[in-house]
Design a protein. Sequence first.
Length: 585
Amino acid sequence: MRHPSLRLLLGFLCLPLLSTNAQTVTRQPYLQTVTPSGITIRWRTDQPTNSRVRFGTNLYNLNQQVTDATSTTDHVVTLTGLQPATKYYYSVGSSAGDLMVSNEQYFQTSPVTGSVGPVRIWALGDFGAGTPNQQMVLQQYQQVEYSRPADVWLWLGDNAYNQGFDDQYQQYVFNTYTSILKHLPSWPTPGNHEYIGVHTNFNIDYYKIITVPQQGEAGGLPSGSKQNYSFNYANIHFVSLDSEGDDGTRVYDPAGRQAQWLQKDLAANKLPWVIVFFHHPPYTKGSHDSDTAGDLTLIRQQLLPILEQYQVDLVLSGHSHVYERSFLMKGHYGQSYTFDSKQHAVSTSNARYDGSPNSCPIANKQSGIIYVVNGSGGQLGGQSTGYPHPAMVYSNNQIGGSMIIDVNDNRLDAKWLTTDGSVKDQFTLFKKVNQKRYYLTAPNQTFTLAASWPGNYTWSSGQSTRSITVAPTTTTTYTVTDQYGCLTDAFTVDVDNSTDTNLKFEGVLALYPNPSTGETTLKVSIPSPQSINVYVTDSQGLVVFDKQYANTSEVMEQFRLATPGDYLFMARIGSQVVSRMNFKL
C-alpha cells in the first residue's frame, strides 16, 4: 500500500501549482516554435509581472531557468541551448515564484534535422467553433494520444470563430485544448475568420498570440513575416502560407512576397518530405466551391504550379467544413469538369494500402501532390453543386474528424479519424522503395540485406524480419515483398569464384563520367561477340544502371547519374568478371 503522503504528492502533481502571489494565470501555458535546441513558452496573467520559466529533464528537479525582466501580462519566454529529442518539464511564473507547474507541463525538443525516426502530426482546420463536433473530434484524438501522442500540431485556419477575437481564442482554443497545449507545440496558419472580414488588416489578435519562426529559427528560409514561415522537423519540411492576407499582393500572385519567398524556400530545402498548409483549398465541393470562389481559382491557377515544380508531397487546407482527399495529381488548373484522371492523376490507386482492390500505396512518389481538405475539426457540413469533386478519391460531409499523419523514414501514412472513432479514409506514400541492389563478392562472404521500407516482410528465403544475413556460395538473387505484394526489393549477390581480380582481356573497357552534367558514357569493345553484363551501383550497392547485352562485341551506352558521389562499376564478359572500378561523379 502506498504511503498516504505519497498519494497526496501524486495527486498534487496532476494539478496546477498556484502560488500565493497576487498574479493569476488567465491563459495557461502553450508551446510555440520548437527546434532541436529550443522552444518558446507563452502564458498570460491578470496582472503585469516579469516572466520566469524553470525547466529540467526531471519534474522534481527543474534546475535551469530563464527570466525576462519585462513587466507584462502576455509572457513570452524562449529557451535555448537544449538537447535534441529530449523531454523537459517546466514551470511558469515570475522571479517571485512559480505560478504553475504540473506533470502535464512538458515538451520534447525536435530531433536533429534529417533524422528518420517516427514523427506523428495532428492536423485539423476550422476547429474553434464551440460545437459538439469540436468536442467529439478532440475526444477521439485524446484516445489516440494515450498510446502515441503527436509531435507536431497543425492549425489549418479559422482557428477561432467567428471573428478570431482574443476572447474567442480563449474560449474555443485555449480553454478547450488546455492540457494538449501544455505539451504539444502548435504551428498555425490564418483563415478568413482570423481577419474579421478585412484581409488588409494585420492588426488582428491572431498575430498577437502566435510566435512563429519568421527568421528561420526552425530551419527553412527566413520570411521576415508572421504571415508565412517554414520549419523542419526530423526529415519533413513544413511550409505555412497565408491564403487570406493582402499585404499589397496575395499568396497566389507569382511576383508577390509570399510566392517569391516560397520558391526560394522550396528550392533550398534538402529534406525528402514536404508538407504545405494554408487555409483555402484549390479543389473543393463542400461548403465552398473551388469552381466559383475567386480566391480558390487563383490559388489553383497560379500557386499550384510552384508547388508542383518543387515536388511538394502533401497540401493541407480547411475552409470547406468537410473532408476531401484527392488523387496524386498534377497539371489540373481548370474547373472541376475538366479533371481527367487519365491526364491529371499521376496514380489512380486509392492508396489505402489495406489489401482491397486498387489499394497499393503510392511508391517512389516524385511528381504530383495529394490535396486534402480537412475542415471539419469543429464546423461541419456543406455541399456545392457537383459534389463530390471528381479529383477526389474520397469525400465526406456528414461527419467531423481530424488527421493523424505518421512519417517514418521513407513512409508516410495518413488517416482521417472521425468522431465515431473509425478511420474512414487513409493513404500511404513511399519514397525510394522497390529497389534493386547488386553486390559482387567472394564465396561465403557475409552480407546483411535490408528491405527499403518500414512495414511487413516476406523474404524468398523464408524470413519475415526487415533485414536478413546471407553468405551464398553461388550467385543468388534474394527478394523481399510486403504483405500485399505491392512492394518488392531484389538483391543480387554475385559470387565471383575467380582468383585473379586483375584479369586482362583484349579490347576496350572504359567509363567517362561528366561531373558537370551527370552524364556518363560507357564503352565496351571486344574482338568477338559474347554476352556483356554491366552494373553501376552507389557505395551501398543500390543499382543506378544495369544492362545485359547478348552476343555483341560493341557497346556504347549513355546514362545519367543524378547525384554526385562514389560509385562502383562492374562488368562481366561471358562468365568472367573483367572490371571492378570505383569512380566519383
